[in-house]
Design a protein around this ligand. Structure first.
Ligand SMILES: [Zn+2]
Length: 126
């Protein structure tokens, strides 16, 4: 059930980002989930697809990307993805390492259909 609340929160965040934009115009949303967040992507996707239409995001699809767990070595500044049980730097074998990412839940992009006009596109070609 954890994913249900995460999905609800995510939809809330998306709507906050949209502001005045009609949620119906959202085509796709990119999400980044850290491997250490404990969120099961399939379960989250299922709940997102369940909640989104109720919240007006009737056309949205969700693109979930898993982000690796990353540590940085404080001695040689090497950034590495630790193997299952080895949490020390593979380069200099130091155990003086800092967790830098892997438990995030980020909205990477919100792709909105431009139903009015494409002025930006026109400007770009000139
Ligand atoms: Zn190191």
């Amino acid at each position: 059930m954890h994913e249900y609340y995460v999905a609800k929160h995510t939809i809330y965040q998306i709507k906050k980002e949209l502001g005045e934009i009609d949620p119906n115009l959202v085509k796709s949303v990119g999400l980044k989930i850290g491997k250490m967040s404990g969120i099961i992507p399939d379960a989250l996707n299922m709940y997102l697809n369940l909640i989104a239409p109720e919240e007006g995001l009737t056309n949205a699809t969700f693109d979930i990307v898993l982000a690796p767990v990353l540590f940085q070595c404080n001695d040689c500044k090497n950034v590495f993805e630790p193997s299952r049980e080895l949490f020390w730097c593979p380069k200099c074998k130091s155990s003086n390492v800092t967790f830098i990412s892997g438990n995030e839940l980020e909205i990477q992009y919100i792709d909105v259909e431009n139903s009015t006009n494409n002025n930006k596109e026109v400007e770009r070609t000139t």
